[in-house]
Design a protein around this ligand. Structure first.
Ligand code: SF4
Length: 471
C-alpha cells in the first residue's frame, strides 16, 4: 500500500523545472500523464533498468519528462521521437530506449516516423499517450479525436466527412509483422492501472532482453481540454473513449521472439571528417577578442520587430570572425507577437557548455517589459543598456551599472528608427571594449551591400559609438 504512494527511486528527488514546483510535476490536476510516469518509474526501478534507460521526449504535454526521470534523456523535434529513438537505440545497443509520445506528436506529424520504426522492429518501447486531443496547445482536433467530440478547431465536433475517422494506432501497429508487443491500456481506474502496470513491465522486459519493438497505447484522461472534472474524465474513458479504442493486447510474440542484435560500429570523428573531405584550416592571424571575462553572456531583448535577434546575430558573427567560440539562441514563439522577443549570445575563449543565458553580463533592453524581466538578473559587475527613448521608468532592484541610451531617437536622427539596434551595437562595442569602430564599419559594409543601407547603418553605429563616449 505505502509503496504506491512513495516516490519512485527512478524519479529525481526534486524536480528542478521551477523553484516553486520541486515536488510536483507540471501536469494539470487529474491528468493521466502523472500516473503513467509513476508506473514507468516504478517498473524501471523494479527491473533495475533505470541506469540503462534513455528517454526520448516529444513535443506536447510530455515534453518535460527529462525533469522527472533520473535516467538519460534526449528531446526531439515534434513528431520525430521514434526516429530519434531509432538512432539512440542503434548507437546504444545496451540501452533501454523509451520513446514517450502523445497523439498529436505520434499520430499526426510523426505518423510515418512511428510506423517505420515499428516496421523495422527497432529495439525500443513506445509509450503512446492517447487523450484524443492536442493537450499542450489548448485542445485542437487530433487524429484521435472522437467522432462528434468538440475541439477548439472543431467547434461543432469531429465530422467524418470533414476530418475522417479516429485513428486506431494500436490496431495499425498490430497489423505490422515486426512488432513484438502491441497493446492498449488505461490509467483511469485501479483495475486498468493494474493491467497497465503488467503490460508496461512486459514491454520493458522485452527491451531488457532485446526482443524488438513494443508499442503501448495508453488512454489518458485530459480533464483540462475535455472540460471535465477529473473523476468525470476517468469515467468518460470507460463509458465513451474505450468504445472507440478498446483495451487489449493485440499482439504478443514475446515467447517466440529471439533477441535482435544490431551491432553498431562506432565511427570516430576523424573518420567522419575524412569522409566529408574536411581538412583542418590554418589558424587565422586575427587575434581573439579582449573581454572582461573569458566567457561573456549577452541578452538582447525587446519587442518583436525591434531587431533584437539580428543585433545578437551581428555580435555573434563579429565575434566568430575573431576566432571566438559563439552561440546565438533566439527566443521566438508567442513572445514575438507584441511581447518580449530576445536573443542570447555567448562569446567565449573556450568551448561553450550551454547557449542558455540566465544571468547576462550585458543586457540590452529595448522596451520596458524586457528591462523588468531581465534587469534584476544581471550581476553587480554586469551592465545594462536600456532604450531611454521608450522606457521612462527603471526597476528599483537593478544591481549593476545602468546606461540610458536614447537608441530610437538617435536612430531617427540618422534616418530610420529601424537602425536602433545598430546604434546599440556601436554603444556596447565601445562600452565592453570588444571592438574598435573600424571593426564595426568593416562588418556593416560587408553585411549591407546596398549603398543606402550602408550609409544609414554607418551613421547609426557612429551615433552609438559617440554616445558611449559621452555617457
Ligand atoms: S492539458 Fe491535458 S494532457 Fe496536458 S497536462 Fe493538462 S490535463 Fe494533462
Amino acid at each position: 500500500m505505502s509503496k504506491v504512494f512513495e516516490k519512485s527511486p527512478a524519479f529525481f528527488d526534486t524536480f528542478e523545472r521551477k523553484p516553486s514546483m520541486q515536488k510536483t510535476t507540471h501536469y494539470c490536476p487529474g491528468c493521466g500523464h502523472g500516473i503513467i510516469g509513476k508506473i514507468i518509474a516504478d517498473q524501471l526501478a523494479e527491473l533495475g533498468l533505470q541506469d540503462q534507460a534513455i528517454f526520448v521526449g516529444p513535443v506536447g504535454c510530455g515534453v518535460f519528462i527529462y525533469y522527472y526521470f533520473e535516467s538519460s534523456a534526449v528531446s526531439s523535434a515534434h513528431g520525430r521521437a521514434s526516429a530519434v529513438a531509432t538512432g539512440v537505440s542503434r548507437a546504444n545497443p545496451d540501452a533501454v530506449t523509451i520513446s514517450y509520445q502523445g497523439d498529436g506528436d505520434l499520430a499526426a506529424i510523426g505518423t510515418s516516423n512511428a510506423i517505420h520504426a515499428a516496421n523495422r522492429g527497432e529495439n525500443m518501447i513506445v509509450f503512446f499517450v492517447n487523450n484524443n486531443i492536442y493537450g499542450m496547445t489548448g485542445g485542437q482536433l487530433a487524429p484521435t479525436t472522437l467522432i462528434d467530440q468538440v475541439a477548439t478547431t472543431a467547434p461543432y465536433g469531429r465530422s467524418i466527412k470533414n476530418d475522417g475517422f479516429p485513428l486506431r494506432m494500436a490496431e495499425m501497429m498490430a497489423g505490422l509483422e515486426a512488432p513484438t508487443l502491441v497493446a492498449r491500456v488505461g490509467v483511469n481506474n485501479p483495475r486498468n492501472i493494474r493491467q497497465a502496470t503488467k503490460v508496461i513491465k512486459k514491454g520493458l522486459e522485452i527491451q531488457r532482453d532485446k526482443k524488438g519493438y513494443a508499442f503501448i497505447e495508453i488512454l489518458s484522461q485530459c480533464p483540462t481540454n475535455w472540460k471535465k472534472e477529473p473523476k468525470e474524465a476517468c469515467e468518460w474513458i470507460d463509458e465513451v473513449v474505450s468504445k472507440q479504442y478498446p483495451f487489449g493486447v493485440f499482439k504478443d510474440l514475446t515467447e517466440e521472439r529471439e533477441a535482435v542484435e544490431r551491432p553498431c560500429k562506432r565511427v570516430e570523428f576523424a573518420e567522419v571528417a575524412k569522409q566529408l573531405g574536411l581538412v583542418e584550416t590554418a589558424a587565422s592571424d586575427s587575434k581573439q577578442l579582449e573581454m572582461a571575462h573569458d566567457e561573456m553572456h549577452f541578452k538582447f531583448a525587446g519587442f518583436g520587430g525591434q531587431g533584437v535577434l539580428s543585433l545578437g546575430m551581428m555580435l555573434a558573427q563579429m565575434s566568430m570572425q575573431r576566432n571566438m567560440e559563439v552561440t546565438w539562441l533566439p527566443s521566438y514563439g508567442p513572445e514575438v507577437r507584441g511581447g518580449v522577443a530576445n536573443s542570447s549570445v555567448v562569446v567565449s575563449k573556450t568551448p561553450i557548455g550551454t547557449p542558455v543565458v540566465d544571468n547576462p553580463n550585458v543586457l540590452v533592453a529595448l522596451n520596458r517589459p524586457s528591462l523588468e524581466k531581465f534587469g534584476p538578473l544581471v550581476p553587480e559587475d554586469g551592465l545594462i543598456v536600456y532604450n531611454s527613448s521608450l522606457i521612462d521608468q527603471i526597476p528599483a532592484d537593478l544591481k549593476c551599472k545602468v546606461y540610458a541610451l536614447p537608441a530610437t531617437d538617435l536612430a531617427s536622427t540618422v534616418g530610420t528608427v529601424k537602425a536602433a539596434n545598430v546604434v546599440v551595437l556601436g554603444f556596447i562595442a565601445r562600452k565592453t571594449g570588444m571592438f574598435e569602430l573600424a571593426d564595426l564599419e568593416v562588418f556593416l559594409c560587408e553585411t549591407f551591400k546596398k549603398p543606402a543601407l550602408q550609409e544609414v547603418n554607418l551613421k547609426a553605429v557612429n551615433a552609438g559609438w559617440q554616445a558611449a563616449g559621452n555617457l
